[in-house]
Design a protein around this ligand. Structure first.
Ligand code: FES
Length: 160
């Protein structure tokens, strides 16, 4: 039940909750494990997603439209869901990058992390990743998946 609710409503501080105001902190299950306190103050992450993903774009084969190219401000990262896969999309100096949203350490949501230059810091325990490659800067023996990304017209398109 908790999984189904998460699937439909997302995490209380996730993209869907922020976009649609569906977050309900009082609805957390007492049996579900609680995420650790953030490694830093996340605060109210205002992303200014005022532009909807274009619907009149045909993405290349294997790609899916995830955002309007101007929706995500520079220096921000956000979680998008593609066919049930959680992806973190970041914008660094006008260039978009997509990596797995799931931290290799303990599954923290990288799309809720803090982006500085091309480095995202996981909100759970502070592991750092290069969003341009998915390489983990904290433990070089691991990485998260990096996804191909293309800008077609006004659309940011990602391939899983
Ligand atoms: S889950 Fe521990 S650093 Fe990401």
């Amino acid at each position: 039940m908790s999984f189904l609710k998460s699937l439909l409503h997302g995490r209380p501080n996730g993209l869907r909750a922020r976009l649609f105001g569906m977050g309900d902190p009082s609805a957390t299950s007492t049996s579900a494990p609680r995420p650790p306190e953030p490694a830093f103050e996340t605060g109210e992450k205002s992303l200014g997603l005022r532009k909807e993903a274009p619907k009149n774009v045909t993405p290349p084969d294997g790609f899916e439209v995830v955002l309007h190219k101007d929706a995500l401000p520079d220096g921000q990262i956000i979680e998008v869901i593609m066919g049930g896969t959680s992806v973190a999309v970041a914008r660094v100096d006008g260039v978009h990058y997509a990596i797995s949203n799931t931290c290799a350490h303990a599954g923290g949501p990288l799309g809720d992390g803090k982006l500085s230059g091309s480095t995202v810091t996981c909100p759970y325990h502070g592991w750092k990743y290069d969003v341009t490659t998915g390489a983990c800067l904290t433990d070089p023996s691991v990485s998260v998946r990096s996804y191909p990304i293309q800008i077609i017209g006004d659309a940011v398109c990602v391939a899983l």
